[in-house]
Design a protein around this ligand. Sequence first.
Ligand code: ZN
Length: 104
Amino acid sequence: MSEICTTCGLPQDLCVCETIAKETQEIKLYTIKKKFGKKYTVVEGIVGKEINLKDVTKRLKNALACGGTVKGDTIELQGDHRNKVKEHLIQLGFSSDTINVEQR
Ligand SMILES: [Zn+2]
């Protein structure tokens, strides 16, 4: 017997909470400049206990072959990868409609 998810009421292996959470995020992608003019791509707006931010960060770092860290509720990735990050987030199950690439 698998456990029942207390949020959606489905067995854990059929639980839709993570899927729903991923489709309802309002994600912002933008770049910031840090010391020595280094650019970082910031992923802001991935919230909720259903989503493992560290796991998302790890996948993005692997996909982009860059460094990155979790800072509170945001992810900071070394370099300007806005468009690629969007593509990878979509591959991870996030909805393209809710990912906004900002020109800053
Ligand atoms: Zn669930």
